[in-house]
Write a protein that binds this ligand. Structure first.
Ligand code: HEC
Ligand code: HEC
Ligand code: HEC
Ligand code: HEC
Length: 476
């Protein structure tokens, strides 16, 4: 696989500002198949009671009417999450019986009598599906993805966390975790928590069967999506230094991409270790699903993998390409080599499972290192522009990876430009033209109702818009 954008790495690096971890070359990658923070956290949850969202909603705590000035937390978290009954996570369970697609999916997947809201396979992501004997008095499944689905069952930490001195000063992160509290402040762990449901990891399984039944594809980008949780906290609490400002979102984007790659690789490795059939969802969807058009851009591209075979969906990897400078040169060579091995070994008919497994485990370990590095890196304006430019420069390859890579590129540019550069308060003179090009990119990928326009995806059109962006950015 040709990774053109990595050329810049050799020529002096991206020049990330200020802070760089001191132990760059000494830290060993995690051992293959190592468990994550979330795995460790999951063990604390058994035997704990979930208190329920409304128990958090007292006006003294998280159910206040106006944000509290000068506090670590806002005090109005409940209202923001509930959003007058329209909050996306609050509504997640209701989708299972109010949206007609849900029962249709359930019937296709589980038989003619199946009802979506009763299926563990749906509730695992669309609700906080706690075993009934662990329901506290205020627990209600109708609350969907409620506070404790992200923050952990609160039986043990509910008391201590009401005393700021004990909670913030006396208890360590590890002690809070032991009490069943999930550390969402740490960006790597935060990404891990979202991706459990937004990618479908571990017991929250999600694959092509689910898509074939009509489930919308899961697309996730941490920086942009955190705004729509909706955001009920102060980002400053997670800044690397007090003046990090909008570069924080760039860091969040970077961590999100690296953790997504790691989680995709863990899924792939665990498939390769099983004897299950290959899940079509690991391939680029439109390798199989596109219309036969004449002329076709596909006949003008470079061959990736074997001609006429579905190829691995490398969208996340393509985005991580602009971050590889955070690794040592040996780690970079290694991750590229292993990714290449996945591309060659993951074949729809005769995948070399042993090769896929060991390659995916290696990539997962290195992605884990990448995520940690990214989470400790102070990005700045120059580094952000350089990352945007490497995406636009690599346009041919990215566009040819297919529609899903197009979507990831759009959300990357959105996070880097719109949340990073534009929010920094200083925009280039041709800011409006740049936003115009981003708008064209959005319109190529989505219709006016924001539905995906995947069927008529055109790689040449995508590359053309990225070329226009490159031109606009040339002088800034
Ligand atoms: C791995 C976690 C996961 C599983 C399992 C899962 N979903 Fe979802 N579902 C999601 C996420 C995340 C979204 C939001 C997708 C987006 O917009 O990015 C979603 C969206 C939906 C939507 C669209 C909702 C809307 O507002 O447009 C429906 C309907 C739905 N799911 C039904 C189901 C049903 C029925 C099942 C079981 C057969 C199921 N889901 C299983 C995570 C999951
Ligand atoms: C989808 C996951 C999710 C859900 C659901 C959720 N939160 Fe959060 N919450 C987060 C994330 C992510 C943060 C930001 C990281 C942080 O500050 O810990 C956060 C931050 C907070 C904070 C600030 C903590 C601090 O130390 O800065 C409070 C308080 C909070 N949430 C309360 C709630 C309450 C109350 C609910 C339910 C009404 C809730 N959250 C629902 C993910 C979630
Ligand atoms: C327990 C599973 C679960 C967790 C954990 C979770 N989500 Fe969700 N999320 C869902 C489901 C299910 C939906 C779809 C709900 C609907 O359509 O009503 C959803 C919807 C969303 C949406 C709106 C749909 C979209 O993609 O635009 C955003 C944004 C979102 N989640 C962000 C996050 C973020 C950020 C985190 C981590 C801090 C997170 N979620 C953690 C299950 C989860
Ligand atoms: C290896 C080929 C292949 C790949 C790759 C693939 N699919 Fe499919 N898909 C199929 C086949 C075969 C069917 C069943 C066709 C039918 O029911 O007519 C199907 C059915 C579907 C359906 C239901 C039929 C329809 O038209 O609505 C959806 C939706 C779907 N796939 C989505 C996806 C998505 C999203 C991806 C990528 C994440 C994907 N597929 C990747 C081969 C593939």
């Amino acid at each position: 696989m040709k990774i053109a954008l990595l050329a810049l790495v050799v020529t002096g690096g991206l020049g990330f500002a200020a802070w760089q971890p001191a132990d760059r070359s000494t830290k060993k990658p995690h051992t293959a198949g190592a468990s994550t923070y979330r795995d460790r956290f999951a063990q604390t949850q058994t035997n704990l009671t979930a208190t329920g969202a409304s128990s958090c909603a007292s006006s003294m705590c998280h159910g206040g009417a106006t944000p509290r000035p000068g506090e670590v937390f806002l005090g109005i978290e409940y209202d923001l999450w509930y959003d007058r009954g329209q909050g996306t996570h609050f509504r997640a369970y209701k989708v299972l019986y109010e949206d007609e697609r849900s029962d249709r999916m359930a019937k296709l997947l589980f038989g003619p009598n199946a009802v979506a809201k009763d299926q563990a396979a749906c509730r695992t992501c669309h609700a906080f599906d706690v075993e009934p004997r662990r329901h506290g008095r205020a627990f209600d499944i109708e609350d969907g993805v409620s506070c404790e689905a992200c923050h952990g069952r609160s039986e043990k930490w509910n008391g201590p966390h009401q005393n700021p001195r004990v909670w913030r000063k006396e208890l360590t992160d590890d002690q809070r975790t032991e009490q069943g509290f999930y550390d969402t402040r740490n960006l790597v762990r935060r990404a891990e928590q979202c991706l459990a449901c937004h990618l479908g990891v571990g017991d929250k399984s999600f694959g092509h069967r689910m898509l074939a039944a009509g489930h919308p594809p899961l697309t996730f980008e941490l920086a942009g999506d955190l705004f729509n949780v909706p955001k009920h906290w102060r980002d400053e609490q997670s800044y690397i230094s007090p003046d990090e400002g909008s570069w924080f979102h760039v860091r969040v984007w970077a961590v999100g991409q690296a953790v997504t790659l790691r989680e995709e690789m863990r899924k792939l490795a665990s498939w390769a270790a099983s004897d299950a059939d290959v899940d079509y969802a690991v391939f680029e969807c439109y390798a199989c699903h596109h219309d036969l058009t004449v002329p076709s851009w596909r006949q003008r591209r470079e061959v990736v993998g074997k001609l006429g075979e579905p190829v691995w969906n490398a969208a996340t990897w393509a985005m991580c390409g602009v971050l590889l400078d955070l690794l040592t040169s040996e780690q970079r060579d290694e991750i590229r080599k292993q990714v290449d091995r996945i591309g060659r070994s993951l074949n729809i008919r005769s995948a070399d499972r042993a090769a896929v497994r060991s390659a995916a485990e290696s990539v997962a370990s290195l992605a884990s290192v990448l995520a940690e590095r990214a989470s400790q890196t102070r990005f700045d304006r120059a580094a952000t522009f350089r990352m945007i430019r490497s995406l636009t420069r690599d346009r041919e390859r990215i566009a040819q990876l297919g529609y899903r890579a197009g979507v990831q590129t759009f959300s990357a540019l959105y996070a880097l430009y719109r949340l990073g550069i534009a929010e920094s308060g200083s925009v280039p003179d041709n800011h409006t033209a740049i936003l115009g090009a981003l708008g064209n990119l959005r319109d190529l990928l989505y219709d006016a109702q924001r539905n995906e326009r995947a069927g008529d995806y055109d790689a040449l059109a995508l590359a053309k818009i990225l070329a226009e962006l490159e031109r606009l950015l040339a002088g800034v």
